[in-house]
Design a protein around this ligand. Structure first.
Ligand code: GAP
Length: 442
């Protein structure tokens, strides 16, 4: 397999309609991306797998969709107003702004052959830069009307946990899952969709009895790691754990592990699994004046549960899926996205070999029959080879070709994306044949 590089993936994503730079006609908008027709299908498929793995497979995990804008005191209580900072430095020559802890690995914008600080530019002393986006509620600008775009979805879960618990009559341990946008004013945003200013998180907060937290953390570590292999089909060789040392731990964490993926630019975090203790609930009680303790009906005690958090970036997970799937089939001079069929944006494309002799009509009828079961497309543009090539890059696992024989014996060919083998099947059995092939894919 030829080396994949992030530039090749970026280019394919644009060419095939997975991901576009935001506001491209205006020269782009830093570190924000738009998901095209294939990108949104892939993103939905990934997030649905996660949602299912949380809220369907676990009876004691329920969903929530809280607001992006919340009471500003939430961010004081959580520590984000005081602590959610990155160290910022400026270059006095080029006026560029960089993270003090990463500038040695950041190319100088004016002389990319040198790293920031190695050119003639003088750097300022580091100062704290808060990553939260501030906005204002209502028409009058004043300090009392400040609001923040949430930098994590977690806090929306904490402030609602007793309402959810009461409404759903949950007992510890139980979890609340949420998928939603988060915003961070990242100083340096690099590597395509890996670090962006607007992104989506898939977070699950698991409320447990203090004392059981270490065991629960270990269970969630294992479950989350297996998700990447069993559900997303990621190659295990490209996954590893990284434990946070004491100097890396967030202000709320007792223990933290990252699931890392080996991207084309190196190993990097996709998901964090954290033991957040009772830090957040204690702080929300302190700042809101409301009771945030759980009433244990079994032991007749009241206490703050500990929280085990699994926090994944949907966009980063998608980038790991794309990186893992990217394959240059040099023998056949083609690029293939070897996506698992359950993730593939389009499951099959239906192609009449020629635009006459009733083949387009038959192909349309087959699309109509298939589309109620899974996402399929009709394509009659260009040579059949070019059509296959387009679908290989889009990750479509099956191409169904309608030829003259189809009119005679009601059969079509299924062409398999990975090995390009073709087989003839009857139109009558097509739905089940494709479903079986998707289920048996390995
Ligand atoms: N609630 C805990 C929390 O937010 P985090 O490690 O800061 O923890 C969790 O973020 C996940 O969110 C990361 O593992 C990453 O996948 C994703 N993430 C964080 N910042 C991001 C950014 N700027 N762009 C894309 N994804 C990001």
């Amino acid at each position: 397999m030829a080396e994949s590089s992030i530039e090749k993936i970026v280019s394919l994503c644009k060419r095939r309609g997975f991901i576009f730079q935001s506001s491209e006609i205006y020269g782009g908008f830093g570190a924000v991306y738009d998901y095209g027709p294939l990108g949104i299908e892939l993103k939905n498929n990934i997030s649905q797998l996660w949602w299912r793995a949380m809220t369907q497979v676990h009876e004691n995990i329920v969903g929530l969709d809280s607001g992006i804008l919340m009471h500003p005191k939430i961010w004081e209580a959580s520590g984000h107003v005081d602590e959610f900072n990155d160290p910022l430095i400026d270059c006095k020559k080029c006026k560029g702004r960089f993270r003090a802890d990463q500038h040695e690995n950041t190319p100088c914008p004016e002389k990319p052959s040198k790293m920031v600080g190695q050119c003639e530019g003088e750097l300022t002393a580091p100062r704290d830069f808060n990553l939260m986006f501030k906005t204002q509620i209502g028409p009058v600008e004043s300090d009392g009307d400040v609001a923040y775009l949430r930098p994590e979805t977690a806090q929306g879960i904490y402030v609602n946990y007793l309402l959810v618990q009461g409404a759903m009559r949950q007992k510890l341990p139980f979890g609340i899952a949420q998928i939603g946008k988060a915003f961070r004013n990242e100083i340096v945003a690099r590597n395509f969709i890996f670090r962006t200013r607007e992104f989506e998180q898939m977070e699950m907060q698991y409320f447990v009895k203090p004392g059981t937290d270490d065991g629960e953390l270990n269970e969630w570590k294992e479950k989350r790691y297996n998700f990447y292999i069993q559900e997303l089909g990621i190659n295990e060789r490209n996954l590893r754990f990284h434990q946070h040392g004491t100097n890396e731990l967030a202000h709320y964490a007792k223990e933290a592990w990252d699931i890392e993926y080996e991207f084309p630019f190196g190993w990097a975090e996709v998901e964090g699994i954290h033991n957040r203790t009772d830090f957040d609930l204690q702080r929300h009680q302190e700042f809101s004046g409301k009771n945030m303790q759980y009433s244990d009906q079994v032991s007749n005690e009241k206490y703050f549960p500990y929280i085990i958090e699994t926090s994944a970036g949907l966009n980063r997970m998608l980038l790991s899926v794309l990186s893992d799937a990217y394959w240059e089939d040099t023998d056949n001079n083609r690029i293939v996205m070897k996506l698992h069929p359950k993730l593939a944006p389009v499951k099959a494309v239906v192609c009449p070999l020629v635009k006459k002799d009733g083949l387009p009509e038959l192909a349309r009828k087959i699309v109509d029959d298939l589309k109620i079961h899974y996402k399929v497309l009709y394509d009659q543009q260009g040579s059949i080879g070019k059509r296959y090539y387009r679908q290989d890059e889009a990750g479509t696992p099956f191409c169904i070709t309608i030829d003259h024989q189809s009119n005679e014996d009601n059969t079509v060919t299924i062409r398999h994306r990975n090995d390009q083998l073709q087989e003839r099947v009857s139109i009558e059995n097509l739905v089940t044949e494709l479903q079986n092939k998707m289920d048996d894919y390995s």
